[in-house]
Design a protein around this ligand. Structure first.
Ligand SMILES: Nc1nc2c(c(=O)[nH]1)N[C@H]1C(S)=C(S)[C@@H](COP(=O)(O)OP(=O)(O)OC[C@H]3O[C@@H](n4cnc5c(=O)[nH]c(N)nc54)[C@H](O)[C@@H]3O)O[C@H]1N2
Ligand SMILES: Nc1nc2c(c(=O)[nH]1)N[C@H]1C(S)=C(S)[C@@H](COP(=O)(O)OP(=O)(O)OC[C@H]3O[C@@H](n4cnc5c(=O)[nH]c(N)nc54)[C@H](O)[C@@H]3O)O[C@H]1N2
Ligand code: SF4
Ligand SMILES: [Mo]
Length: 582
């Protein structure tokens, strides 16, 4: 019998999936899924999952694993020493049920983000809430400006909505989308804040700003104009690798059109990531793009907006990118691979190694499970009930049980067992599922999260006075010191460290090293040796290593963004040498 569920993965698209005798197919009836999936789900069965719990390297029963976990929690709880570190390996809302247990026993949880926290902080500063720009609005625009988002790879279900639009791509890489765009602005990595400030300045110089709109929603725009005047045009354009023409031709393309600007995580992997989003939002505000049909600025919208968590809240938090595991007696990792995906891998490995006890609750073997004292296999998304929302659209998708299996344990079941033992109140699984679904309502061929406007910010912003708050100062960390810029985007083959991980470094063929050479990349944080592959889509002063490549985060720093406690994966410059051992 066919069942309909949703892809659980951390992805803009949140596809609706038909499960037919174990086969996974894209749902034709769902307007955002359009009948196809991506390689991750098409090859879902190819990837070996963890089948048995493991304690000190020995296979044990689930009963034994859970008993051991209980003992560890009991001991660590007394010392106030538990860290619950949860990633987004599965995006279902029910994943948070373990927070309920751990928060209730006084554990520390994480805040901040490895992902979109810097950008979101900027959006919250300017707009007050981070609302999704729905695909329907994008489809109604004339011009789409894609800024640091790799749509064919990370958000491919949006492609049908871009048909027939004028396309501008701002990306240091000549991506597939850049190749077919009307305009490609190939700036140096990290140059976005300056570029956005210059665009904003010329929007005003050229009189393209929407004065009527600004009088109502952006009163402070003149102060912002003064701020944009502090950017030295010629010097800055040289620095970021652009010319005046790169401003002029984009403004010509935007003039008088319905414009959607789609930003992604690429532009905010820096300490000043919040300022980049604020400056791009300022362009949106100046042009009056917010709250208008066929217009807007979209980032990774808040997927939980309007759905308050039903779970207990923690009182102690540790910033996710810099968490010090060695401070804890028990570290419980769920749906994540911090040993590979957090920045500064050497520090992370050292710190994980010094945790009293490390437990890993997940689906696949990875660097973190290899270090863990106890490994607990999870159930797949087909074997447990859940509900999900997304950061690329406003749909809500139910995820019923599609398959029975004796392997692994679901998050609800694990949390419920622990709550039982420690005498903590927890509602039934169905209660939480119903609770989540109560925030959904039927829309056009889909369920939507209630009260998420079809045209976001149509009634002004979510700030105290409804006004857009322009950036007031900036601290663009743009480093022209020695070394290459590191770009670390998502791979088509992996989902961060899940599935088929990449294993090379990519540079322009003019780099002076022979293809296939083992190169030692090093930064202030550490080094990694990877085979060189040519990629003529790159600028000469960039090295590209995909997210999920083993060792990539040896190169990235233990730094938090100025706002949003986000990781700064592209903050370090890189030295490249032939590997001496080769
Ligand atoms: N250099 C560099 N580093 C990066 C990034 C980058 O761009 N460059 N990107 C960052 C970003 S945006 C993100 S979001 C993070 C992601 O980093 P992580 O959150 O660590 O995510 P993954 O690497 O995808 O690992 C997810 C794990 O979840 C487990 N899992 C999957 N499904 C389930 C389930 O149903 N239940 C349970 N319990 N476990 C499950 C799998 O075993 C898998 O190992 O990486 C960050 N790291
Ligand atoms: N196939 C696949 N899909 C995924 C994921 C995956 O790992 N694989 N991960 C999922 C997750 S967790 C997330 S957060 C999303 C993120 O998805 P995206 O938002 O698309 O993020 P990235 O791929 O990191 O980077 C996007 C683009 O930014 C560019 N870029 C890098 N640095 C800069 C810069 O300084 N300025 C500008 N203008 N552009 C820059 C990169 O070249 C890249 O083309 O994707 C999700 N979807
Ligand atoms: S595109 Fe995203 S949501 Fe759709 S199947 Fe692939 S990973 Fe899942
Ligand atoms: Mo992410």
């Amino acid at each position: 019998m066919q069942k309909i569920t949703a892809c659980p993965l951390d992805c803009y698209d949140a596809c609706s999936v038909i499960v037919d005798e174990g086969k996974l197919k894209g749902n034709r009836e769902h307007p955002y899924t359009n009948g196809y999936l991506c390689p991750h789900l098409n090859h879902f069965w190819k990837h070996d999952r963890i089948v048995q719990p493991r304690l000190h390297g020995e296979t044990v029963s689930m009963e034994r694993a859970m008993e051991h976990l209980q003992t560890m929690v009991r001991d660590a709880k007394e010392n106030n020493g538990i860290l619950h570190y949860r990633g987004a390996g599965n995006f279902g809302l029910m994943q948070g049920v373990t927070d309920h247990f751990f928060a209730s026993v006084g554990a520390t949880l994480t805040n901040g983000s490895l992902c979109d926290g810097a950008g979101e902080a900027g959006i919250l500063e300017g707009r007050g809430a981070n609302r999704v720009l729905p695909p329907e609005q994008i489809a109604a625009s004339d011009v789409v400006m894609v800024w640091g988002r790799n749509i064919p790879v990370t958000n491919s279900h949006l492609l049908p909505f871009l048909k027939g639009k004028k396309l501008i791509v701002v990306d240091p890489v000549r991506t597939e989308l850049a190749d077919r765009a009307d305009i490609h602005i190939q700036l140096r990595p990290g140059g976005d804040l300056y570029y956005a400030l210059l665009l904003a300045r010329f929007i005003i110089i050229e009189g393209m700003h929407d004065e009527e709109y600004l009088a109502e929603y952006g009163e402070e725009y003149e102060e912002f104009y003064e701020l944009t005047q502090t950017v030295r045009i010629k010097a800055v354009l040289d620095k970021i690798g652009l010319s005046l023409g790169d401003i002029g031709k984009v403004l010509e393309c935007l003039r008088g059109q319905k414009v959607s600007i789609l930003t992604g995580v690429g532009i905010q992997k820096y300490r000043h990531g919040d300022e980049v989003l604020r400056a791009i939002d300022a362009i949106g505000a100046l042009l009056g793009l917010f709250g208008k049909e066929g217009c807007g600025v979209g980032f990774l919208g808040s997927s939980s907006l309007g759905i308050p968590s039903p779970f207990a809240r923690a009182r102690h938090f540790e910033p996710k990118p810099t968490a010090d595991f060695s401070d804890y007696d028990l570290v419980f990792v769920q749906g994540a691979n911090p040993a590979a995906q957090m920045p500064d891998s050497q520090r992370v490995a050292d710190s994980l190694g010094k945790a009293g006890h490390l437990v890993c609750f997940g689906l696949y073997e990875n660097e973190t499970t290899q270090m863990a004292e106890l490994v607990i296999p999870a159930k797949t998304f087909l074997e447990k009930a859940d509900v999900r929302t997304a950061y690329g659209h406003n749909a809500m998708l139910e995820m019923p049980v599609c398959e029975q299996s004796g392997t692994g344990i679901g998050e609800y079941e694990l949390a419920a067992q622990l709550c039982g033992v420690f005498d903590i109140a927890i509602e039934s699984e169905q209660h939480y599922l119903d609770y989540f679904c109560s925030f959904g309502e039927a829309g056009d061929g889909k369920m939507l999260v209630k009260e998420r406007a079809a045209v976001p910010y149509a009634d002004g912003f979510d700030t105290d006075d409804g006004q857009f708050l322009f950036l007031e100062e900036y601290d663009a960390d743009f480093d022209m010191d020695e070394g290459y810029f590191l770009i670390t985007p998502k791979s088509p083959r992996s989902l961060n460290s899940q599935f088929e991980r990449e294993s090379g470094v990519f540079m322009h063929p003019s780099c002076g090293f022979e293809e296939g050479t083992l190169l030692e990349l090093s930064s202030n944080s550490g080094s990694v040796t990877l085979p060189l592959r040519y990629d003529d889509r790159l600028l000469g002063d960039c090295v590209l290593v995909y997210s999920g490549t083993p060792g990539v985060n040896n190169l990235t720093p233990s730094l938090l963004s100025y706002a949003g406690k986000n990781a700064c994966y592209q903050a370090n410059k890189i030295k490249v040498e032939p590997c001496k051992r080769a």
